[in-house]
Design a protein around this ligand. Structure first.
Ligand SMILES: [Zn+2]
Length: 261
């Protein structure tokens, strides 16, 4: 059994304040497995909003987290199911850092998306010890999460793209908050109609707050941005790649379109 100071150090390193580290294990050729437990003993019933501690069932969860010192990191945590003592509704507890039915932490998903935007699916999969399919799944699941959310406090918006369907020239649009470096929406297609639909879903409250929009590759969307975001200034691509051609005053715009497989 690991000692308290050891576990305490792990707790500080992994920095997931909702959990305490109960134990850990290094498995050769596999990585570091951290056994976690939620600190809060009670959970809020989504039905009546009251706190409950009446345990109904235990569900062991295993998921990937950010790698550490070139080791893959896995979390093992018990996601408890409660039965509300007020309204009798059974419900599963919520984790801030790991969404229900997901096999990875939120911060791993964010890291993967950021890396894909700066590189491509194939390289990100290889670098993170994931399959291309797993990277695609992370992107698609994040896409369905963001579909129901609206960005908060968005001031600087970046519009980027990722190619993700095997054998087809199929690109999706990724909208990024350039201040937090987090994706705020992922659209299945990078068409003007899809972008318009997304912006309209955000509503004027979000759109009027946007001060700057960085458009990567598609100057065709400038009009749409100007029409819907009255206070936004449109700027050029934020990741220009400098090449030998730069010596002659030529700048190549980064092209991150990559076929999978
Ligand atoms: Zn209840």
């Amino acid at each position: 059994m690991a000692s308290f100071p050891q576990l305490n150090i792990f707790e500080q390193i992994i920095n997931l304040p909702e959990f305490k580290v109960k134990n850990y294990r290094f498995i050769d050729g596999f990585g570091l497995v951290l056994i976690l437990e939620k600190k809060e003993k009670k959970a809020i019933c989504p039905q009546c909003g009251k706190k409950s501690n009446k345990l109904h069932q235990n569900h062991r969860y295993k998921g990937r987290d950010l790698p550490m010192m070139e080791q893959d990191v896995y979390l093992r945590v018990n996601r408890r199911q409660f039965k509300c003592s007020h309204c009798q509704t059974p419900f599963t507890e919520h984790f801030d850092s790991i969404k229900k039915t997901r096999t990875y932490t939120e911060r791993l998903a964010e890291k993967i998306i950021t890396e894909v935007l700066e590189s491509d699916v194939k390289n990100v999969a290889r670098r993170n010890g994931l399959s291309e399919k797993e990277v695609e799944t992370i992107l698609k699941e994040k896409f369905s999460d963001l579909e129901t959310e609206k960005p908060k406090g968005l001031k600087k918006l970046g519009i980027d793209e990722i190619a993700w369907v095997k054998g087809h020239k199929n690109y999706c649009a990724v909208l990024v908050d350039l201040e937090t470096r987090k994706p705020v929406d992922i659209l299945e297609k990078r068409t003007k109609e899809c972008l318009r639909e997304c912006f309209e879903r955000w509503g004027t409250e979000v759109l009027e707050n946007i001060e700057e929009v960085s458009i990567d590759l598609w100057s065709a969307y400038k009009n749409l941005v100007q029409e819907l975001m009255p206070n936004a200034e449109v700027v050029a691509d934020r990741f220009p790649v400098m090449t030998a051609g730069d010596a002659f005053g030529v700048m190549r715009i980064s092209n991150r379109r990559v076929e999978i497989g």
